[in-house]
Each structure stands twice: as structure tokens, then as C-alpha cells.
Design a protein around this ligand. Sequence first.
Ligand code: TMP
Length: 212
Amino acid sequence: MFITFEGPDGSGKTTQIRLLAGWLRTQGWVVVTTREPGGTRIGNGIRSLLFDIDHTEMTPRTETLLFNAARAQIVHEVIRPALQTGQIVLCDRFADSTLAYQGYGYGQDRAELGRLIGYATGGLTPDLTLYLDVHPEVGLARKQAGAGQEWNRLDAQTVAFHRAVEAGYRELIAAQPERWRVVDGEQPEEAVHQAIVAVVTGRLPVQAKERR
Ligand code: TMP
């Protein structure tokens, strides 16, 4: 089962993935956690290129191609092999981030982005996507306050950009309500975790677990 986490920067995805992975393991599941961009040697190299705060000349098209190059690698190297052996994959961001940030944020053509994503992923889509709902301003403030948090080139965008990204997520959710679940990410950490557990419990592939 392939579960992705989306939301504004600073919405708590990393923490919630760690908590959910821990809970799933106590239930006997084999879980792989990973993140985009990154999660592979090549992907981590691309991540450094993308987020170098000095790379101010990077065009939106270059950025889009790099995100999708990292995605092609992680799908091939990590996600598909894990899914093929019945593991649960939890991924911190996936293709929806490209549609939200490069599409709605930078205004790039979403049909073109869709084709590029299809090429990068070979058509792999998440079974479930959890949206951690946090106001962009709250997320950015959390991120700026967080000790040891990486502050990247995209975080340095304007508040208007982050609002456009959030509005984009709302459209993506409305377009595929069966795949998405929205969780209030401004609740205390444990309450967010319990809400996520409740959603995931209802979606776990019972038969697959019996076959493990
Ligand atoms: P994060 O690792 O802290 O979530 O930061 C990743 C940043 O990259 C975040 O600002 C969202 C952005 N991003 C895109 O713009 N497009 C993408 O396809 C992905 C995966 C991330």
C-alpha cells in the first residue's frame, strides 16, 4: 500500500510519518518511509541542487525536471520494489507537490506537468494521500522557529506563492476526493496522529496482511 503525505511546509509531515510508521510496525506491518525529493543517492544529490539557497537563477522548468528526475529514481529504486513485496510505503510528498508548487504556485501548465509526472512515475499513483491541513503562515512560522530545520529556496518564496500552493491543493483534493483525506494539522501532535491512525485503519489491505 502506497501512502503519501502532502501539505504546506511546516505542516508536521515528517513527525506524523515517523509516528504512523511506528504504529504500523506495532501492528506487524513492514514499513518503508521515504521522502521527496531525496530518498536515494541520486535523489539526495538532486535535492542539494534544488534547495541551494544560492541557486537563484534556476528556472521553473529546470526545477520541475529535477523534481521529476528525483521522482523517477525513487519510484524505481525504492517505492516499486517495496510495494511488490507487500510492504507499506509512506512517502513525504509525491507528484501532488509538483502540481501544487510548480503548477499552482508557479503557474506552469498542469496538463504538461501531468504528462511529465506520468513519464517519471510510470503511472504509479498513491492509494491514499493524507493532507495535513495547516495555514501556510503557521507552517512557515513553525519551520522558521524549528531548531535544525532546513530553510530552503522554496520556503523563501512569498506568502502569496504559498497561498496559491494551498489553493492548488484544495483543487486537487476536490478533483479526487476518494484518494485524499484531510487531517487538521493544527491540533496537538498526538491528536493528529490518532486522526491519521483512524483513517489508515479503515484502508489497510486486510487480505494482504494475512498473506504476509
Ligand atoms: P520538505 O522536504 O521540507 O517537504 O521540502 C520540500 C520542498 O520542495 C517544499 O517546499 C515543497 C517543494 N517541492 C516542490 O516544489 N515540488 C515537488 O515536486 C516536491 C516533491 C517538493
